[in-house]
Design a protein around this ligand. Structure first.
Ligand code: UD1
Length: 419
């Protein structure tokens, strides 16, 4: 199992390019199931989760052709099975995103139930209820979601809680339904907007993506298209924090500052000088120690839960006390224990963590527990005295493209150790 060996050193300086967004790429890959024509996808990040989705599609008989670096062409005309097996779903919950498209296009789907996950229970009840409201018959049997439908029927669906993949699943299903579907309390995340943009290019009729009410007028067929995936806002934010936590200066290019407002606000509060251009962001700490910031995670456009762990790392070395409240997932503080192994002072009560900044962290062996938690540990290690060994970096490979190469480009001392 691969590990990262990290030697904390001076300020990170330089420029890195943002990769395509994982959370936009995954639903867009699944959107190819909605048509018999070819969907060409560009700016696809090279990640484990993307590879897993490609494997999932391939084992269904879908043709996935690599067309160039970061480019694939997907054709689902000769699909042979509508089953998403446990072996693949268990490694990536986002596999549930095949459910809506398969049901809408093929009238059937069997998707293994994702089950619990390290960061919380994460049920899929809202996905299922929405599809039932559109006329699907769904039973859960032997660990599988078994769904059937004639042509799905448009419906008004009000989500109890904001769900990103739930919104995406129903949005995809609604494109081929008969009549109008209205999704209320829909997720407004930029990745939902990017999926809608891809679906519109395929011939879907969608209005309101990016707001809490999305209207979809179903069409009989979708056609092929070419779509370029948006930049990864979470990866962008992670590199900016790498600059902040090491008191350095980092510029992220080929990104979109408009998607990161809540994060940039917090970085400014932490004392960073943040400059933006049309497609770049530069953070400069001017050599200063960051100030602690309070964080409260909420759905977009609020502060993203996927940046919470990285800000906990930043608060760990900041001046003052930061309070971090996690409201999206009930068990997303596992990185706190590991940060404490590096010397962080963190008290957790329920969904709130109080972080008292220390002058310096010190290196130690730590264990990555989930994707963003592992990013937090890498960030903390870059600023710590001495050497840190981060175990189980397969978590980080799920969602960060060549992170060690990008950090090395900024002057970080990080090396992958394969054992
Ligand atoms: C997506 C992102 C993930 C991010 C999360 C929140 C992808 C592939 N993953 O995950 O990186 O952390 O959004 O921004 O895009 N819930 C229910 N019932 C449901 C569905 C969700 O109760 O049927 C609850 C969840 O338990 C959670 C909350 O809703 O408490 C939000 O989860 P959701 O937005 O669905 O997360 P994902 O789409 O899985």
């Amino acid at each position: 199992m691969d590990k990262f060996l990290i030697q904390g050193n001076g300020p990170l300086q330089g420029e890195v390019r943002a990769s395509g967004a994982k959370n936009a790429a995954l639903p867009i890959l699944c959107a190819a199931l909605l048509t018999d024509d070819t969907l060409a996808i560009h700016n696809l990040p090279h990640l484990w989760d993307v590879a897993t989705t490609n494997r999932l599609l391939t084992q269904m008989g879908v043709a996935v052709t690599v067309a160039g670096q970061g480019e694939v062409e997907i054709n689902a005309r000769s699909i042979t099975t509508c089953v998403a097996p446990y072996e693949l779903v268990k490694t990536m919950r986002a596999s549930i995103l095949v459910l809506g498209p398969l049901l809408a296009k093929r009238g059937e789907a069997q998707v293994s139930l994702p089950g619990g996950c390290a960061i919380g229970a994460r049920p899929v009840d809202l996905h299922l209820r929405g599809l039932e409201a559109m006329g699907a018959e769904i039973e859960v049997e032997g660990g599988f979601i078994k769904a059937r439908a004639g042509r799905l029927q448009g419906a008004r669906i009000v989500f109890d809680v904001v769900t990103v993949t739930g919104t995406e699943n129903l949005l995809m299903a609604a494109t081929l339904a008969e009549g109008q579907t209205v999704l209320e309390n829909a997720a407004c995340e930029p990745e939902v907007v990017d999926l809608a943009k891809c679906l519109i290019a395929m011939g879907a009729k969608i209005e309101g993506a990016g707001t809490s009410t999305i209207r979809v007028q179903g069409v009989a067929n979708l056609h092929g298209a070419t779509h370029s995936v948006i930049p990864d806002r979470i990866e962008t934010g992670t590199f900016l924090i790498a600059g902040a936590i090491t008191r350095g200066r980092v510029r992220v290019t080929q990104t979109d500052p408009g998607m990161l407002e809540a994060v940039l606000d917090k970085l400014r509060q932490a004392g960073a000088k943040v400059s933006i251009g049309a497609d770049w962001i530069e953070l400069d700490m001017l050599g200063r120690r960051p100030r602690a910031v309070d964080i409260h995670t909420t759905p977009h456009p609020g502060f993203p839960t996927d940046m919470q762990a990285q800000f906990m790392a930043l608060d760990s070395v900041a001046e003052g006390v930061g309070t971090i409240r996690e409201t999206i997932f009930e068990n997303r503080f596992m990185h706190a224990q590991e940060l404490m192994r590096l010397g962080a002072e963190i008290n957790i009560e329920g969904n709130t963590a109080v972080v008292t900044g220390v002058e310096r962290l010190s290196g130690a062996p730590v264990m990555a527990t989930d994707l963003r938690a592992s990013a937090a540990l890498v960030l903390a290690a870059l600023s710590a005295d001495g050497e840190t060994l981060v175990d189980r970096v397969y978590h980080i490979d799920r969602g960060y493209e060549h992170i060690e190469e990008k950090l090395r480009k900024l002057g970080g001392k990080i090396r992958r150790v394969t054992q």
